[in-house]
Design a protein around this ligand. Structure first.
Ligand SMILES: [Zn+2]
Length: 362
C-alpha cells in the first residue's frame, strides 16, 4: 500500500511503523518535485496554468473540459466516423462521455476501452485518447482488424474523482458519492460478478476504505452507465480493455478467486501478443497473468464482470507505466507509453480476429 504524508510528519510516521515492526520503505522522498515534473517545467507555477488556454495534446495532462472538448472536436471533424454520447451522469452530476468510432458496418464487433476508473491514474486517459485520435485520423490506412470494429471509448469513466485529483487530492482513487461521513466507492470493486467475495482481501465493506465496494453491486452511477452500454447497445463485444496505472502488467480474470477462468490459455495468449508488441515498440516488459497470479484478490472488478456476465471473451486490465514514478508519470513519458500501448492493442485485435474468424458468421 502507498501512503502519502506531509513532510513534517514523515519522521513521526516512520517511528510509528518501526515501533509496530511494520516493514516500510520511502518510495518518493518529495512528492512536490515529482508533481512539478509530471506536468513539465512550464507548469511549475499555478499562475501559468490559469493564464494559458488549454487545448488537447499528449505533452501534458489535461482537465476534464479539455478532454471533452477534444472528443466533441473529433466528432465535428469526422462526423461520419465519430459520435459523442453521454452515457450517464456521475454522482456529482457530470456527464460521462463516450466516443464511438464506427464505419457503420452492421457486422462489426465491439471493442470497449475505458480510462480513469481510478482517477489518480492519469496516464490511462492520455493513452485512451491518443489511441482514439490515431485510429480516427488514420482510419483509411488501418488494417481490417481495426476498421471492422465499433469502438466504444470512455476516456474518463470517473469524472468527479478525476476533477478532484486536480483540485484537492492528487492521490484520490474512488468516485465522489457520499456514504455517511465518508466519500467514495472503489468503482473497480462495485461490479456484480464475485462482488464482496474473499472478504476484506477482495474489497472492503468499510466506507472509509480506499477499496470500499459500495452497499451493493452497481450502486454507483458510473458502473451502472458502463453496464448499460455493454448490455444494451446490441453490439457483440469481443474485447474489453480497462486502463490503469501503474505496474506494467496485463491482467485478465479472475480476480475474485485464484481458480483459472475457462479461457485462461486463450487470454494468456492474447495478453502475450500485447506484451510482445509493447516490447517490440519500446523494450518495456509487461507481465501477463490473471489478477490473482500477478497481484492480489480483487473482487467485483469490471473485467470479471465483462468476462463472466457480459461474455466479452477478451477482457483485460492493463496497468501502464511506470514503476519508478508510480502514479506521477512524467509528462515526457506520455507519448512513449501511448505508442507502446497502441501497438499492443492493435496486435491483440489481430489475434482476436484470427481466433474469432471461425465463429464470425453466427
Ligand atoms: Zn487502477
Amino acid at each position: 500500500m502507498d501512503v502519502m504524508v506531509e513532510g513534517p510528519r514523515a519522521a513521526q510516521v516512520a517511528s510509528m511503523m518501526q515501533e509496530r515492526e511494520i516493514p516500510f520503505a520511502v518510495a518518493v522522498g518529495d512528492v512536490a518535485v515529482l508533481i512539478d515534473k509530471e506536468q513539465g517545467s512550464s507548469f511549475s507555477t499555478k499562475k501559468t496554468t490559469a493564464m494559458v488556454r488549454m487545448t488537447m495534446d499528449w505533452e501534458r495532462y489535461h482537465r476534464l473540459d479539455v478532454i471533452y472538448e477534444f472528443m466533441e472536436n473529433l466528432q465535428k471533424e469526422f462526423p461520419f466516423l465519430c459520435a459523442v454520447i453521454s452515457i450517464g451522469q456521475s454522482a456529482e452530476g457530470r456527464d460521462i462521455k463516450l466516443l464511438k468510432i464506427s464505419n457503420g458496418n452492421p457486422n462489426n464487433t465491439g471493442v470497449w476501452m475505458d480510462g480513469a476508473i481510478h482517477p489518480r491514474e492519469w496516464v490511462s486517459i492520455s493513452v485512451v485518447t491518443f489511441i482514439a485520435d490515431r485510429i480516427v485520423r488514420t482510419f483509411n490506412d488501418q488494417p481490417a482488424s481495426v476498421t471492422n470494429k465499433d469502438w466504444y471509448i470512455v476516456p474518463v469513466l470517473n469524472p468527479d474523482g478525476y476533477e478532484y485529483t486536480h483540485t484537492t487530492d492528487r492521490m484520490w482513487r474512488k468516485n465522489r458519492s457520499r456514504y455517511g461521513e465518508c466519500v467514495g466507492v472503489d468503482l473497480n470493486r462495485n461490479f456484480s460478478y464475485g462482488w464482496g467475495e474473499k472478504g476484506e482481501e477482495g474489497s472492503s465493506d468499510d466506507p472509509g476504505s480506499i477499496f470500499f465496494r459500495g452497499p451493493k453491486a452497481f450502486s454507483e452511477p458510473e458502473t451502472l452507465a458502463l453496464k448499460k452500454v455493454i448490455l444494451k447497445s446490441g453490439v457483440d463485444f469481443k474485447v474489453f480493455l480497462s486502463f490503469h496505472s501503474y505496474g506494467e502488467v496485463i491482467i485478465f480474470p479472475w480476480g475474485y478467486t485464484s481458480d483459472a477462468c475457462p479461457d485462461y490459455v486463450e487470454l494468456l495468449e492474447g495478453g502475450t501478443a500485447m506484451a510482445k508488441a509493447i516490447f517490440q515498440e519500446s523494450g518495456h516488459t509487461y507481465k501477463v497473468g490473471s489478477t490473482k497470479d500477478l497481484m492480489y484478490y480483487a473482487a467485483g472488478t469490471s473485467i470479471d464482470w465483462s468476462y463472466g456476465v457480459a461474455n466479452v471473451p477478451f477482457s483485460y486490465m492493463i496497468e501502464l507505466r511506470g514503476k519508478k514514478h508510480r502514479f506521477l508519470l512524467p509528462s515526457e513519458e506520455i507519448v512513449p507509453t501511448a505508442r507502446e500501448t497502441m501497438n499492443g492493442v492493435l496486435s491483440l485485435l489481430d489475434f482476436v480476429d484470427s481466433r474469432c474468424r471461425g465463429t464470425q458468421s453466427k
